[in-house]
Design a protein around this ligand. Structure first.
Ligand SMILES: Nc1nc2c(ncn2[C@@H]2O[C@H](COP(=O)(O)OP(=O)(O)OP(=O)(O)O)[C@@H](O)[C@H]2O)c(=O)[nH]1
Ligand SMILES: [Mg+2]
Length: 175
């Protein structure tokens, strides 16, 4: 809501299944129309939400820095993404970072974990609008870069050929 509409509500209205938002951004001079599928975190919607992974270019995994259980659950979410997506850009986001007194997941611990997992970490506050824009821009730039690399690979297949292991010539047997 912060990214798509620049709004924030303090009341908790759980997502039922999925929400959908669109926003166009300009990255490196290129207009990119983002389709954002916000899936429900609650277990009871898992069968619905798991169908939304297919053909996804980027995934934003959000935990709550004031709730250690949400941080522990990240491993399970990463596993689920691995099971359902072929190759996808991932970022890890610790939200609700605006109040140091309420923080229970330290940045250093989250950073260590994100490095182990090979995923970039952001800390954001939807409430105070901290780092939200930067995080979405970073995901979009990652997705664009991956798409351009894949396109270049298709246009220059010889790059692929170079890396292909050489086929052994068939062994001629004498009769
Ligand atoms: N303090 C603070 N509260 C936040 C922030 N972002 C969200 N909240 C509050 O946290 C609660 C849950 O936020 P949601 O964004 O609805 O959480 P969710 O992960 O989408 O939850 P599900 O839809 O059930 O999966 C709400 O009461 C929000 O107002 C933030 O940056 N800071
Ligand atoms: Mg929600």
């Amino acid at each position: 809501m912060r990214f798509a509409d620049n709004t924030f509500s303090g009341s908790y209205i759980t997502t039922i299944g999925v929400d959908f938002k669109i926003r166009t951004v300009v990255i490196n001079g290129e207009r990119v129309k983002l389709q954002i599928w916000d899936t429900a975190g609650q277990e009871r919607f898992r069968t619905i939400t798991s169908t939304y992974y297919r053909n996804t270019h980027g995934v934003i995994i959000v935990y709550d820095v004031t709730n250690p259980e949400s941080f522990v659950n990240i491993k399970r979410w990463l596993h689920e993404i691995g099971q359902n997506c072929d190759s996808v850009c991932k970022v890890l986001v610790g939200n609700k970072c605006e109040d140091p007194a309420r923080r229970q997941v330290e940045t250093a611990d989250a950073r260590r974990f994100s490095e182990q997992m090979g995923v970039r970490l952001f800390e954001t506050s939807a409430k105070e609008n901290l780092n939200v824009e930067e995080m979405f821009n970073a995901v979009t730039a990652m997705v664009l870069r991956t798409k351009q690399e894949n396109l270049a690979r298709l246009q220059h297949p010889e790059v692929v050929k170079i890396n292909r292991p050489k086929k052994k010539p068939p062994v001629k047997k004498c009769c």
